[in-house]
Design a binder for this molecule. Structure first.
Ligand SMILES: Cc1cc2nc3c(=O)[nH]c(=O)nc-3n(C[C@H](O)[C@H](O)[C@H](O)COP(=O)(O)OP(=O)(O)OC[C@H]3O[C@@H](n4cnc5c(N)ncnc54)[C@H](O)[C@@H]3O)c2cc1C
Length: 414
């Protein structure tokens, strides 16, 4: 009986763990395979807009997140051409009141810790660390998954396989025959510094600096104790590997023509990490029979709308909604998930691309952009986000108590 089998999720990142928790609420048992020996996220922040926060709150993670998160007072938009701020939009209590969920900024490790802690105490979820999915084959009414575990190869029988295995997803490329990830021509430098080094005017805000062929984003983390910097440039990628250490000199050289106030921020971190920003064209079949992909595996996007993680979280909620009926035909439920999610994911991928073009306009056009932004004002900027932020998961999806508090958990497999 395929339905007595667990669902297997490949990848214990933001998308995979949210999916496991949402599926538990839907009464589904999952095994989460994670290739890493321990659950860890990159040392950087993430912005969680109300559409993502709403789902995490519904999964009862709000308190855990709010121990570490900050809700910034403002989004302050600066222009290199204008030499300073052109616009500010409120992000604080007004946004929470309007959307029923806060705009949070949080260190990725704190987000992952909240998700993992909930998953480890959920009897419907089992996380197997050090376990890498190798391949999967369809059998009648089920999927047979081959994995490399710390003690050798293993085969796991599942009712379905959910690939939440990130931008270089093996489920996408090897199981579904989907496309390879492609370098976007954009590189991101990331660093976190103590907040004490940051001028007071930036400490409670998300900041965006738009410049010719680059931009800078910053916001507070760790309840306001540290400060996250992400500096993006257009460049080729010539390093081995997709994330490598970078120096202060390299970053300052890349932003040599920027205003002193921005360069003062960029001069703070001694060490940076440099990331190749890669994308996945979402126009491929996300589902094949009892296999589906979600999150970056399905639609890795430029981070210029701050929505990649949020879309992974939304995917998880919708997937769970389609699998909530125990009598549901799994292949049909997965097909319905794809049909529901793909148009929205594609629209957000496109918005992120457009944002990149707007942020990086050369000086001549930046003048018009800045003037237009000033005239349009904060309300227009807020209206541009509204269709993303007001999104709600299907009714009742996450309302059940699920499999809380029991012996479920985390183990190295083998
Ligand atoms: C610079 C930058 C800034 C960003 N800022 C934001 C932001 O502010 N807001 C936002 O919402 N998003 C943001 N994003 C996007 C966000 O980080 C991603 O969309 C999100 O992390 C995707 O989550 P995921 O779970 O799909 O994939 P991942 O987080 O990549 O997780 C995939 C997991 O799968 C595991 N795995 C891979 N292959 C296998 C295998 N074969 N077997 C078992 N396990 C496997 C990996 O080890 C990993 O743990 C940003 C991205 C970047 C690069």
């Amino acid at each position: 009986m395929a339905d007595a089998l667990p669902l297997v999720i490949a990848g214990a990142g933001i998308g995979g763990l949210t999916a496991a928790l949402a599926l538990s609420r839907a009464g589904r048992r999952t095994i989460v395979l994670e290739q890493a020996d321990r659950l860890a996220e990159v040392g950087a922040g993430i912005q969680l807009s109300p559409n993502a926060s709403r789902i995490l709150d519904a999964l009862d993670l709000g308190l855990a997140l709010d121990r570490h998160a900050v809700t910034p007072d403002w989004l302050k938009v600066h222009s290199v051409r204008a030499g300073g701020e052109v616009l500010r939009m409120p992000l604080g209590r007004g946004i929470e009141q309007r959307y029923g969920a806060p705009y949070r900024v949080i260190h990725r490790a704190d987000l992952l810790d909240a998700l993992a802690t909930a998953a480890q105490t959920d009897r419907n979820v089992e996380i197997r660390l050090g376990t890498r999915l190798r391949r999967a084959e369809a059998a009648p009414g089920r999927i047979s998954i081959e994995a490399r575990t710390p003690t050798g190869p293993a085969t796991i029988e599942a009712a379905a396989l959910i690939g939440a295995d990130g931008v270089r997803s093996r489920v996408r490329t090897h199981v579904l025959g989907g496309p390879l990830a492609r370098y976007s021509g954009r590189t991101a430098y990331r660093a976190v510094v103590p907040i004490g080094q940051i001028p007071a005017e930036h400490r409670r805000s998300t900041g965006l600096w738009m410049g010719p062929h680059g931009h800078l984003v910053h916001y507070p983390l760790h309840g306001g104790e540290t400060f996250n910097l992400v500096a993006v440039i257009e460049s080729d990628w010539e390093d081995d590997g997709w994330s490598v250490p970078a120096t202060r000199r390299e970053v300052l050289d890349a932003f040599a023509s920027w205003p002193q106030a921005a360069r003062d921020l960029l001069a703070l971190p001694q060490d940076w990490t440099k990331w190749a920003l890669c994308g996945v064209d979402p126009d491929f079949a996300w589902v094949g029979g009892h296999v589906a992909v979600l999150g970056d595996a399905a639609h890795a996007m430029l981070p210029f709308a701050a929505q990649g993680g949020a879309m992974a979280i939304e995917d998880a909620a919708v997937l769970a909604a389609h699998l909530a009926d125990p009598a549901a035909d799994i292949a049909m439920a997965l097909a319905a998930y794809e049909a529901e999610r793909k148009p929205r994911a594609k629209a957000v991928v496109e918005l992120a691309r457009t944002n990149g073009r707007i942020y990086h306009l050369p000086d001549a056009l930046a003048f018009l952009r800045d003037a237009g932004m000033r005239i349009a004002g904060a309300d227009r900027l807020a209206a541009r986000q509204d269709w993303i932020w007001r999104w709600r998961p299907p009714a009742e999806t996450l309302s059940k108590s699920g499999g809380a508090k029991s012996a479920g958990g985390l183990r190295r497999s083998g």
